[in-house]
Every structure is written in C-alpha cells, then in structure tokens.
Design a protein around this ligand. Structure first.
Ligand SMILES: [Mg+2]
Length: 199
C-alpha cells in the first residue's frame, strides 16, 4: 500500500525530476542472457509511456544504475532521455544522484529517486522523494516515503509519475485530455519519427 500521507504529497508537489534505478525498478530484476552472452532486458510499455508523459509535462527524467548494458542504451534512446542524464556503472549512487541534480540544476529536495536494494539506500536517504517497488528489499521499503503497489518492471514508473502529477494538480486534466481525444494527436505528432510506447 503506497503511503499517501501529507508528507508524501508535500514532497511530490516539489518534485521536478524523476531518477530511476533500472534493474528491479524499470525491470523485474531478472537478468536475461542470450547464447552469445548479450544481456537482454524486459521493460514495461506503460512505464515508458508514463516517462514520456512526465517529460511532456516538463519533468526531467534521469537514469542511475550500477550496471552497464547496451540494452539500456536502446531503451533510454527510445524514451528520449539525454545521455547526460544517464549514469551507468555507478559505484556510489549518492554521489551520482548529486551529480545528476547538479546537471539538472535542481536541489535534491526537488528530485525523486526510485531504487530497490541496498546500493540504492545512500541515494534514497538524500532524495526529496524516495520511492521503491512493492518487492524492494525490506530495508529499502522501510527507508522510502513512497512504497509503490507495483512490483519492479510492472508499473513503478507509472505510479511515481501519477503520484507526482496528481500532487501537483495536473493529473485530472491530463486524463481529461486523453478522454476527450485531444491529447493523442499532440503526443503522437511530437513522437513522430521516434519510437514511442502507446500501450
Ligand atoms: Mg536495482
């Protein structure tokens, strides 16, 4: 059950950037290898769509991961996340979250970070809004302001985006514009020429 306490709402209202760990957050944490040893990752289209939605609403989206994989590079290219907002191979996520915040010209109080395991704790403890999937480790869950209902790779990004945009009073208007059929045209026109998630 995600916490909807006033402090989460207050924190979400300030958020201007969303930073995601990858394995166990944007994926279910399983690492797939091909026969040739290439690492494959499975991402969730609804998370991708939500990330594009957040970007359209003016939120910055960044990636902070301890691993280095070509599969991730393909995904961040799909999502239009600029390379300066992608930190791979991080060995110190607190240091690198601060680095990303500087690059985005934002104080940490305006940055949300989502992680799922012990290496994320140093970043989670300094983020303005700390979030995790439902299946994060117990140590992480007890350290986060927002524990999502979704498991890793199955809607965590969507929950964070929705929590932030709802807290900022923007979610209902977004839903209304999709319901009215006026949002899709702008969305797909802007995405033309690039891949997009429309599931
Ligand atoms: Mg992880």
């Amino acid at each position: 059950m995600p916490s909807r306490s006033p402090s989460v709402l207050q924190r979400a209202r300030r958020v201007r950037a969303l930073v995601f760990d990858v394995d166990g957050v944007l994926t279910d944490g399983h690492l797939w290898y091909s026969r040739r040893g290439e690492e494959l990752k499975v991402f969730f289209a609804r998370d991708g769509f939500s990330i594009r939605l957040a970007q359209r609403e003016g939120l910055l989206v960044a990636i902070l991961t301890g691993r280095v994989t070509p599969a991730l590079r393909a995904r961040v290219a799909d999502l239009g996340i600029p390379s300066e907002l992608v930190v791979e191979g991080s060995t110190d996520k607190r240091r690198d979250l601060k680095l990303l915040a500087r690059r985005m010209n934002l104080p940490l109080s305006q940055v949300a970070y989502v992680g799922d395991d012990l290496p994320d704790l140093p970043a989670l403890t300094v983020a303005g809004l700390a979030g995790c999937p439902a299946d994060a480790t117990v140590e992480v869950r007890s350290s986060c302001h927002l524990v999502c209902r979704s498991r890793g790779g199955a809607g965590v990004a969507r929950e964070l985006v929705q929590t932030v945009l709802r807290a900022q009073g923007r979610w209902n208007a977004i839903v209304a514009s999709w319901r009215a059929g006026t949002a899709a045209e702008g969305y797909f026109a802007r995405e033309r020429g690039a891949k997009h998630d429309n599931a």
